[in-house]
Design a protein around this ligand. Structure first.
Ligand SMILES: Cc1cc2nc3c(=O)[nH]c(=O)nc-3n(C[C@H](O)[C@H](O)[C@H](O)COP(=O)(O)O)c2cc1C
Length: 459
């Protein structure tokens, strides 16, 4: 049986009645091995089986027993491909055996979202049914344009399409890992609220936080300034949210960054076998993958992150990308302090992470300490003094803090002075004249006005 996400032992206290279901502990253990799959083999599942799975879901409780749910099972390949296109690129929509669209009629039992809670209960019940039968699933709130879906599926306007459950057979090579669970102590308390500080994130002070004033794309209470977060809060936030996706090859490659990464990496010197390179705060490993491909096989790459959850994600991602782990090491950090000896590192890479840190200058001091004399820092930051900075200020920063954690673009001029006071700046470049997308490289004073400011510094 596959492992579950938490290695905390689950006790099996004797039940106090003789009504327990035979084998209940084994059943619960089996259910705990369910994990999301985003890599299906494209095979068909018989309609009889699919119908049974969906029917199992209808055993779930519903508010006022209204059962105002409706499930549209899509197993037609053309429709699945169209569902994929509408979703904006959920490739698993095109490769699963079926999508079950989760709908409900608007108007009944809306208090406390009870109709939403009811559909959610049914969906999870279907997932467990599919899991026990040996199939895999992924629940998706991200389904794309609901009007386009309503038209495709002829859903009347009074029905809401809430999400979709993809069911299928996992490809043999699909990541065999479940997203880590928070320690149980963190997520429960008795007879009142209590929760450890690092797992409660900073928000702007307000007397109340009205639910409908807070949206993903508009959160007036979000704090994007990482200097107002503690290091443990940043680590906690980044560590769990990276698992919003599976560690598949190519995951999290942002359109905005693609070409820019190439320009940033060109600042890296040619390092000989035996050299040691450290990448700081690699989050989901998008940059690390490109970095590893660029380094010689005998160069050691160390990935230093704030959470084990990120590091395990990245290692599985490397496997999925077909990269060797022979010369890859992971280091857990708790803050600015780096666990390396003085003058022991040949190159440090900080790609767009200074602006994610509660204390960036303390980190630069540490980089200075651990680099060998003549060692190299390759660093880039999102530039506040740019068209992108203006866009961030007026639009992006109005939304919820992204999965990578809070960040605030830094003034390139300011960062340049931080670097100049600690290192010799060997090369500097601006990347991207426009607010997003382009990766034009610019030198001279204009580099301080581009979307990204990147530099190669020597100790
Ligand atoms: C309500 C809900 C919506 C979700 N929406 C998406 C989604 O749009 N895209 C996606 O890739 N995963 C989605 N997921 C899957 C979660 O990312 C996943 O359940 C979580 O990372 C935990 O992993 P596990 O299911 O393997 O335990 C969703 C899960 C839930 C419960």
């Amino acid at each position: 049986m596959r492992e579950r996400a938490s290695d905390q032992p689950r006790s099996s206290h004797a039940v106090s009645t003789d009504q327990s279901v035979p084998g209940w502990r084994d059943i619960l253990d089996a259910l705990a091995t369910r994990r999301s799959c985003r890599d299906f083999d494209g095979s068909r599942i018989d309609r009889d089986i699919l119908a049974e799975i969906v029917q199992d879901g209808t055993e779930a409780p519903s508010s006022c027993n209204q059962q105002q749910w409706h499930f549209i099972i899509v197993d037609d390949r053309d429709l699945l491909r169209r569902a994929h296109d509408i979703s904006g690129g959920n490739h698993h929509f095109a490769e699963c055996s079926a999508l079950v669209y989760l709908c409900f009629q608007k108007g009944w039992t809306h208090g406390n979202f009870s109709v939403v809670q009811s559909v959610a209960g049914a969906c999870y019940h279907m997932m467990l049914s599919a899991h026990l039968r040996g199939f895999s699933c992924i629940w998706n709130a991200g389904i794309g344009d609901k009007d386009a879906l309503a038209e495709m599926l002829a859903v009347p306007a009074v029905f809401e399409i809430q999400g979709a459950l993809a069911i299928g057979r996992a490809r043999p090579t699909a990541p065999d890992m479940k997203a880590p669970r928070r320690p149980f102590e963190q997520v429960h308390s008795w007879n009142g609220f209590s929760r450890p500080d690092p797992s409660v994130y900073p928000v702007k002070d307000a007397p109340t936080y009205p639910y409908f004033d807070i949206r993903n794309d508009h959160n007036p209470f979000a704090i994007w300034d990482p200097t107002r977060w503690t290091w443990p809060q940043v680590g906690d936030f980044r560590g769990y949210s990276v698992w919003a996706k599976s560690p598949l090859a190519g995951v999290y490659v942002s359109r905005r960054q693609g070409a820019a990464t190439e320009a940033e990496l060109s600042l890296l010197p040619d390092l000989s076998d035996g050299a040691r390179v450290v990448e700081l705060m690699p989050w989901g490993g998008t940059y690390s993958v490109e970095l590893r491909r660029r380094l010689r096989a005998g160069v050691e790459l160390r990935l230093a992150e704030l959470s084990e959850a990120n590091l395990s994600f990245i290692l599985e991602r490397f496997r999925q990308e077909g990269l060797s782990l022979d010369q890859v090491q992971t280091d857990l950090i708790a803050g600015p302090r780096l666990a390396y000896e003085d003058s022991s590192v040949d190159a440090m890479v900080l790609p767009q992470v200074l602006e994610q840190m509660p204390d960036p200058k303390a980190v630069l001091d540490e980089v200075q300490r651990v680099l060998k004399p003549g060692g190299c820092l390759v660093v880039s930051v999102r530039n506040l003094d740019s068209a992108y900075g203006a866009l961030w200020r007026t639009e992006e920063s109005k939304a919820q803090v992204p999965n990578q954690g809070p960040f605030t673009p830094l003034s390139a001029t300011r960062v340049r002075s931080w670097l100049a006071s600690r290192f010799e700046i060997d090369r500097e470049t601006g990347i991207g004249r426009e607010a997003s997308g382009d990766a034009a490289t610019v030198s001279g004073p204009e580099s301080l006005t581009c979307r990204l400011f990147a530099a190669r510094c020597l100790k």
